[in-house]
Design a protein around this ligand. Sequence first.
Ligand code: COA
Ligand code: AMP
Length: 637
Amino acid sequence: MSSKSASIYQDTYRAAQDDPETFWAQAAEAVHWTRRWDRVLDDTDAPYYRWFTGGELNTCYNALDLHVEQGRGEQAALVYDSAVTEIRRSYSFAELRDAVALFAGVLATRGVSKGDRVIIYMPMVPEAVIAMLACARIGAVHSVVFGGFAANELAVRIDDATPKAIVSASCGIEPGRVIAYKPLLDEAISLATHQPDFCVVLQRPQIEATLQTGRDVDWEEAVSQASPQDCVPVKATDPLYILYTSGTTGQPKGVVRDNGGHVVALKWTMENIYGVKPGETFWAASDVGWVVGHSYIVYAPLFAGNTTVLYEGKPVGTPDPGAFWRVISENQVSVLFTAPTAFRAIKKEDPTGEHIRRYDLSALRYLFLAGERTDPDTLHWAEEKLDIPVVDHWWQTETGWSIAANCVGIELLPIKEGSPSVAVPGWDLRALDEDGKEIAAGKIGTLAAKLPLPPGTFPTLWNAPERYYDSYLSQFPGYYNTSDAGIIDNDGYIYVMSRTDDIINVAGHRLSTGAMEEVLADHPDVAECAVTGVADELKGQVPLGFLVLSAGCDRPEGEINAEVVALVRERIGPVAAFKQALVVKRLPKTRSGKVLRGTMRSIADGQPWKMPATIDDPAILDEIAQALSDIGYPRQA
Ligand code: COA
Ligand code: AMP
């Protein structure tokens, strides 16, 4: 890189843009391959691109064995810090490799091999990470399902992924309650058409699960009898995992991640985006059930030889708003990555930052936030209280790593509030109008990335290549449609404003309002319904339901509301945070019958809104505004 250059970031960005194959081939030199690739970028099946075709490697080897061989065997690889059980446990790279190799043996001796799927439905315990890496070790494809989803959601994923095995635990621990996972697992298996060959269950002391003879295996017992398995080389293009994410319907999308591009890209991000060096501690305060957990609790830090922290707890209440600062000081965390909602929760309970001053945070260099836009209040509070750069960065389950960020490892650019900064090298981002034409700087459009996407993103959707094309590639030929609307300013800074579909972000968790509507519509007294995300001080957004009751229904509205709230919790799970529905006489619609969810959201949020020209009956919006006002909306004018 030229020392005379005005911006190292710009030089790096240009290099990735002008010659992506050379750029990513250089990054791939840092990865251990058992067979070198034939082609860096394979466009023979465009727009389905492949990276590093012909190459072979093992993801687990790159995460663990390689570091042991290179002298990091004694360094902590994984620190488990459970604020809810007060257990702290550390695994060195050598210990983690051995634990993973043994669990790989548990799976392999029961018939799991390359290409087989394994569902992992677990709380935030080290065994979840061990199970993921064990799958990678033998070339099996894992699919982690977040613990806050209900049995029905798990069943949908079982039927789509058709796993040979499911790995679970007896319980998860939420503040104030222990959640028995095993009954949820049993119910999911009974709801599903596909049946796994076996389940491995980790017994936690808080709840002892009843095991089904012939199908369920006790984790400890199985591991005690297992023999360690070596890493199995897989093709760079073979799937490493499937991660289901919300789509516009109740059928989630199975985002597929490959092995080769994933190791290359994620390893590159650690130094270049996050500015951490091998040996330092990186903490993503998320959950292994989400993409952030996959990429930045498990894979990227381990690829890069960092110590990663697995935290079981909340930012507040476990036991206080100093929980994050305790973990940072005890583990000398260099970089923290979490969602803005976690900071809003801390700020609410400790506005003056009293708890921050109780701990030594001198190791902490950067705070990265993602999952939703970082609001200026949270940004400035965190900057002021921590006195370090606070970096908002934008990404999606689909992309696996960030599309836009302030790449502090390359060059810390000025921070502009409300913006996740600039496109990361490898990403060619444009704001497009409805016809796919580029929009002038400063004007809002759909954010789209020019194909091919960089390595480590997603080559397809599991079992649904047509849906991949239809959902992401068809609207703007030659581009990946992010389904986020936003602005790119004259300096190339990106502002992500809102989703263009019906996805909402609740406490950094991505949820489909369409899926919630499907559940509400199943209630016998609901004739029509709509769900929209309304602004929430803590969670960013929360879902709000609108119900039109069936003709002749004279049951109390409160009763029906309670029933639909319970139904969403039962079918989708507590994570949906669906707590309120509102009975209305009619739903506002366009003349073509499209429900005006966006307008209802604007009214609820106290935002300016225009009467849509195509509305079939303008009086309905007044009725909606009145009904919302009766229950206290808008909450923040
Ligand atoms: N298993 C079972 N239930 C779970 C669960 C799990 N793994 N995770 C969450 N839930 C439940 C919670 O107990 C809660 O249930 P409740 O309605 O009975 O209270 C519900 O799902 C919603 O959970 P959550 O969204 O976590 O809300 P909360 O009120 O418990 O906590 C925050 C609020 C802001 C503290 C919390 O959401 C948080 O820390 N967010 C950080 C977000 C994050 O990590 N995002 C990932 C992207 S970086
Ligand atoms: P998920 O797939 O759960 O990671 O959610 C992805 C969605 O979260 C994106 O499409 C955005 O709508 C939103 N999102 C994530 N990060 C940001 C950010 N930094 N700024 C604004 N929105 C974000």
